[in-house]
Ligand binder design. Structure first.
Ligand code: 3LM
Length: 390
């Protein structure tokens, strides 16, 4: 049978009418626990011999629907939801790595992911190195006998630098190394890392998946046997579970993911073209610009170029303040992927926890601004930017 299209899956995957009422949408199962028919029924569910819900830290039907949709959209076997993107990233990494082992990471990372790797190193003896993954040779040289994991953001927050997933995943496979890709910036509508050979995908579901700036959530997708293990260990025993209210909003948000992403992409292309020719803008980083350094890779790996643009202005932090403080519609706020346009300063905000010299090695200057282009009328976004830049 022909596989259903992305937008169809986003609406229908995992969704069954609620049996007792026929409710089309899966309700918010606002419950902590589930009643057993008998001692034998409860014991069999605890032993994993019988399917069924036990306690909402171990599973909840509203959350299950979100997990099933995400597995379908990322084209993976199984998904596990978490209370935040960091909850997903930490549970997955801690479920896969042991003390004394090594993680090879893309040179750029979201600030708190960098913080997590540093914590794992300082407190739990897990080694990591950040490397420029644009050159295969550099990756091959950086692999150590104890390297177990590649951890990759692509495009990287906030520089938009990309990693060639097909090449890197092949290299990892040859060495028996597992690959995790943070797909937050693209969403499965624009990039599906598992199809390029990655083993796991993680998301801050706070961003495009929810899409409306009204929740914090995360999700990890991967092979059934390993995700089952994660569910029983670093999800259950650390406990960063997703609540049913957030899951409900995500189930609703996913239904419009494709139409929202199309608008984000259309708007971002026009905003990037505007920024590129503005005299106060030194450089624009957007994978959809033909002069983007990795434009050819972007065309191959992405179905479209997404809604995040970074750009540099003169004058460092003070120069950035002059622009940001003059905006009237676009909000100064961290996070991204919302229907609202959001703008922020990585050096003092999302990536402030990273030491300045490491930040510089990631390509984050004090004059760098990150804009998450929303789905407002694009002329209004451009007008606001134009007034602020002038
Ligand atoms: C941000 N990013 O504004 P949560 N992976 C990526 C991310 O960008 C993020 C996470 C994981 C931002 C959040 S900064 C205080 C605000 C690529 C989050 C973590 O745990 O759901 O926030 O996801 O860049």
């Amino acid at each position: 049978m022909r596989k259903k299209g992305f937008s169809t899956l986003a609406i229908h995957a995992g969704q069954n009418e609620e049996p007792s009422t026929g409710s089309l949408t899966t309700p918010i199962y606002q419950t902590s626990t589930y009643v057993f028919d008998s001692l034998e029924d409860g014991a069999a569910k605890f032993a994993g011999e019988k399917p069924g819900y036990i306690y909402s830290r171990l599973g909840n039907p509203t959350v299950t629907l979100f997990e099933q949709k995400m597995a379908a959209l990322e084209n993976g076997e199984s998904a596990v939801a978490f209370s935040s993107g960091m909850g997903a990233i930490s549970a997955l990494i801690m479920g896969l790595i042991r003390n004394g082992e090594h993680i090879l990471s893309s040179r750029g990372l979201y600030g708190c992911t960098y913080g997590l790797l540093t914590l794992l190193k300082e407190r739990f003896g897990v080694e990591y190195s950040l490397i420029d993954m644009r050159e295969e040779q550099k990756i091959a040289e950086a692999i150590q006998p104890n390297t177990r994991l590649f951890y990759i953001e692509t495009p990287i927050n906030p520089t938009m630098e990309m990693v060639d997933l097909k090449k890197v995943c092949q290299l990892a496979k040859d060495k028996g190394i597992k690959v995790i890709v943070d797909n937050t910036f693209m969403s499965p509508y624009l990039q599906r890392p598992l199809e390029w050979g990655a083993d796991f995908v993680v998301h801050s579901a706070t961003k495009y998946l929810g899409g409306h700036g009204d929740l914090i959530a995360g999700v990890a997708v991967g092979p059934q046997n390993i995700m089952d293990q994660i569910r029983k260990t670093t999800l259950k025993d650390i406990g960063a579970i997703l609540g049913p209210n957030e899951a409900f909003l995500l189930n609703r948000g996913l239904k419009t993911l494709s139409v929202r992403m199309d608008r984000h992409c259309d708007n971002a292309k026009k905003v990037a073209a505007f920024l590129q020719v503005h005299s106060r803008v030194k450089k624009v980083y957007y994978p959809g610009l033909p002069n983007f350094e990795q434009y050819e890779l972007a065309c191959r790996q992405l179905d479209d170029f997404g809604g995040v643009i970074s750009f540099e202005v003169e004058g460092g932090t003070a120069g950035v303040a002059q622009v940001l403080n003059r905006l009237s519609m676009i909000r100064i706020a961290v996070s991204l992927g919302d229907v609202d346009s959001l703008i922020q300063h990585p050096a003092t905000m999302t990536h402030a926890v990273i030491p300045p010299e490491v930040r510089a090695s990631m390509g984050i200057s004090d004059g760098l601004i990150r804009l998450s282009v929303g789905i407002e009328d694009v002329d209004d976004i451009i007008e606001d930017l134009n007034n602020a830049l002038d």
